[in-house]
Ligand binder design. Structure first.
Ligand SMILES: NC(=O)c1ccc[n+]([C@@H]2O[C@H](COP(=O)([O-])OP(=O)(O)OC[C@H]3O[C@@H](n4cnc5c(N)ncnc54)[C@H](O)[C@@H]3O)[C@@H](O)[C@H]2O)c1
Length: 550
């Protein structure tokens, strides 16, 4: 895996952006200037004073070589002048380089004065500072341009926004994470421009940053064919045996080529009845007869049912075998296969037995959705509608309209990015992960009340509009935002109203039984900072909002 190096002028925000980007990708962050100062035992201006710029550059080159030689991939912020040395530019060719480009006028306002910046020393006063910055910019831009794989204009971006934009851009560059070929390998051009830049045409690669349990999610047409060649990078060792678990009637084949010694396919019956401990026992016994060990791997090919069951079997067999997911439903690709929740149902309730067991790789092949029955596709759309209202690091409230404009693949990648970011910040659902429950309180109540013939996604769709109506009554959002909820949900052809015959009292009683609704009446509700859990919502408000969606 390649290091991600940020280059750009002093004041372009490399350190702060780098720190945030490292969090997103679950990597360590390295500030080269800090390492140079620590190595010299004095601040950088003093190195310039005692050893001159040449001495500083020598130290900087040594640190850069050391950091880039490390096998632990990092996000590194380089010094502004690092590109002026040819040897450094050659070293940077091995990294994915992002140039944070800023106009000198903006730099001048950010830097304020020249203190602590040896190369600006003596440039007292606004005009002198501007002239020096312009000169340095002209000198260095061609070098930044030479080394950069991604160019991001950050004049109007905070570090948080820059990190978020870079994370999205980097996710769309093929091949770079594993170090297979050049960053253009995915078929895309070098990425340029501001936050709204075009994406390459290769698969999107999204990192779920969970430290040692981090993994990649690839989204795009045909990505299931990358399985064989991704094994080595995704797993601790290339397995001798692979157990492929799939479902009856799914019909999606994966090819492991010559990479592993033995492959056997295990099929489970379709339908929630198969999501049981009996199926897990049966699978584990068949794994044992196949000779599967902890050094091998399970590959689950199917919808949420298959990935939940096979993921749980992988979590418990031999106390944990690596698992790779190839989700074949829309719901699987944007939800079930990401985040490591695995499990089965009991007669007493859904998903009551399970484990957090993160996959080692997820391949969301958009081609396989072509054979998905329309009703299953529609069910996934309800979850997709939910993501319109969840923002990433850049905006807690999401940009519903912007997401609607994305083509399907990019929309799936956006949903995965949002889920990955939320999971990375709260793997075990002790807080923020609860946001993924947006729209689900009413949905679960409708499903439990039963008899309405609603699919899960349809119930979530109605639940989203309901949550907006409740939020408006609490003064958290205005009528336009409620209308936006209705608009997004209807644009997917999903219902915005309660099915006929629903009884408000029964539904509200069921809200309290929702195992994710902490305490009696806690709902995830939209607000100025986006959706968040709200405790103790008044029963009268809940009833009024139900009437508003009849
Ligand atoms: N682990 C999680 O975080 C999580 C999140 C959401 C849902 N889930 C679970 O996911 C399950 C629902 O998953 P689902 O909606 O993907 O349904 P599913 O897995 O039951 O699949 C639905 C149907 O589609 C068929 N199918 C799947 N892929 C196909 C394809 N490409 N072409 C043709 N047919 C195909 C299946 O055979 C099945 O009949 C539930 O059990 C739910 O609890 C888990």
């Amino acid at each position: 895996m390649r290091h991600i190096a940020l280059v750009g002028m002093m004041g372009s925000g490399k350190s702060e952006t780098g720190r945030r980007l490292a969090l997103v990708f679950g990597r360590r962050f390295v500030d080269c200037d800090e390492l140079v100062a620590a190595g010299a035992g004095c601040p950088i201006p003093e190195i310039f004073e005692s050893e001159g710029e040449a001495g500083f550059r020598r130290r900087e080159s040594e640190i850069l070589a050391e950091v880039l030689a490390s096998t632990e991939p990092s996000v590194l912020a380089t010094g502004g002048g690092v590109v002026t040395v040819a040897a450094n530019r050659a070293l940077l060719a091995g990294a994915v380089v992002c140039w944070l480009r800023v106009r000198p006028e903006v730099l001048a306002t950010r830097l304020g004065d020249s203190s602590g910046r040896p190369l600006l020393a003596g440039a007292e006063g606004d005009e002198a500072l501007m002239a020096r910055l312009r000169k340095l910019t002209v000198e260095r831009d061609r070098w930044y341009d030479e080394v950069a794989d991604v160019v991001l204009d950050t004049d109007e971006l905070s570090a948080r926004q820059a990190a978020s934009a870079l994370a999205t851009r980097l996710s769309h560059l093929g091949g770079w994470m594993t170090g297979e070929g050049d960053v253009e390998d995915g078929g895309g051009e070098r990425e340029r421009g501001g936050t709204g830049g075009e994406h390459g045409t290769g698969p999107a690669r999204i990192r779920v940053g969970l430290g040692k349990r981090s993994y990649d999610v690839l989204v795009g047409p045909g990505v299931r064919h990358l399985l064989a060649r991704s094994l080595a990078a995704a797993l601790p060792a290339v397995p001798r045996r692979v157990a492929v678990v799939t479902g009856d009637g799914i019909g999606v084949e994966v090819d492991l080529g010559e990479t592993v010694g033995a492959v056997e396919t295990f099929t489970i019956a379709a339908g929630e009845r198969s999501k049981s401990l009996a199926t897990v026992e049966d699978l584990c016994r068949r794994f044992a007869r196949f000779g599967l060990t902890r050094g091998d791997a399970v590959v689950a090919v199917g919808g949420g049912l298959v990935t939940d069951v096979a993921g749980f079997a992988a979590a418990v067999y031999h106390r944990g075998v690596p698992v790779i997911f190839v989700p074949t439903t829309l719901l699987g690709q944007i939800d079930a296969a990401i985040g490591g929740k695995t499990g089965v149902n009991l007669p007493e309730g859904k998903n009551l037995v399970g484990a957090f067991w993160q996959p080692s790789l997820v391949l969301c092949d958009t081609e396989v959705l072509a054979t998905l029955p329309a009703a299953e596709y529609r069910s996934g759309l309800g979850e997709m509608a939910k993501y319109h209202f969840l923002g990433g690091a850049d905006s807690g409230a999401g940009d519903a309209a912007a997401m609607a404009e994305l083509p399907l693949e990019q929309r799936i990648a956006r949903c995965v990015t949002l889920k990955a970011e939320i999971v990375a910040s709260d793997e075990r659902e002790s807080g923020r992960r609860m946001l993924l429950n947006y729209g689900h309180t009413l949905a679960h109540a409708l499903e439990i009340a039963g008899g309405f013939g609603l699919r899960h996604g349809e119930a979530v769709a109605v639940g989203l509009v309901y949550a907006a109506e409740v939020a408006q009554r609490l003064g958290r959002i205005d009528g336009d935002r409620v209308a936006e909820h209705r608009q997004v949900v209807s644009a997917y052809g999903l219902p915005v109203s309660l099915p006929a015959g629903t009884e408000a009292g029964e539904l509200i009683d069921l809200f309290g039984r929702d195992k994710k609704a902490v305490g009696d009446l806690t709902l995830v509700l939209d607000g100025p900072r986006g959706p968040e859990p709200v405790r103790g919502v008044d029963r009268v408000v809940l009833a009024e909002a139900l009437e508003a969606i009849r």
